[in-house]
Design a protein around this ligand. Sequence first.
Ligand code: NDP
Ligand code: 8X3
Length: 249
Amino acid sequence: MKTALITGATSGIGKSTAIRFALNGIRLILCGRRQERLEKLKQELSGETEVHILSFDVRNKDDVFEKIGSLPEDFRRIDILVNNAGNAHGLDPIQQGNMDDWDAMLDINVKGLLYVSKAVMPGMIERQSGHIINIGSTAGKEVYPRGNVYCASKHAVDAINQGMRIDLNGNGIRVGAVNPGLVHTEFSEVRFKGDTEKAEKVYDGFQPLKPEDIADIIHFVVTRPYHVNIADLTVLPTAQATSTIVDKN
Ligand code: NDP
Ligand code: 8X3
């Protein structure tokens, strides 16, 4: 039985991936800050697979290492790491940017991903096997108006994904990114700081991706034969051509 650690499992893409993995017999370590959501999801999935929850903020370096370092015996061998925790904070021209938003995006999306990876990688290297999936974005492939720092954080994920694959080469570890376009999750609610009306407008007039669509793809990625590493995969809603060209009716 494989074990997967998923960051950002309390919502959206991470939660859907947890459900998809559970239904396919993958043992789960579910991470996020919202303990009560983790406990609820554990309850829901425990009939399908073994679940362990770890509540921590990926920005807190010490906590990341302490929590991952104190996993019970049965969950210590992490075969799959899904680096998914992250969000956009704000959508402002850079000259009006909120510096706390900049800190949040760079600390969570970039540094948090690095801390979690550094905590998980030694076991993979020791066993000479493992699979790391970094959730990037179309925002890591292009820059759109007012996306500035969020796009920078996802371009960094793109670079880190490539760098990890290069540096881990020879250790039997697969490294790849999944880069979604517009997915209807809590993402826009976080970006617009709880302004639900503004958040819902993002998905008006077209069919966005569902988090289950991305979970399906992540599951596809982790179930390829060992010699197949999907290095970089971008997925868009059919109505979306680029970050700014979306066929809305
Ligand atoms: P959601 O807001 O639904 O989920 C974000 C998840 O990240 C939550 O589980 C949240 O958990 C976790 N998270 C956020 N901040 C922290 C933190 N400081 N420490 C630990 N966990 C944290 O958004 P999505 O599911 O859409 O986003 C998941 C990933 O997909 C992100 O990396 C995002 O950038 C990326 N993405 C999303 C797209 C979209 O259109 N939705 C498109 C392309 C990429 P909690 O709050 O409980 O800590
Ligand atoms: C999330 C998609 O277009 O809001 O990464 O940047 S977008």
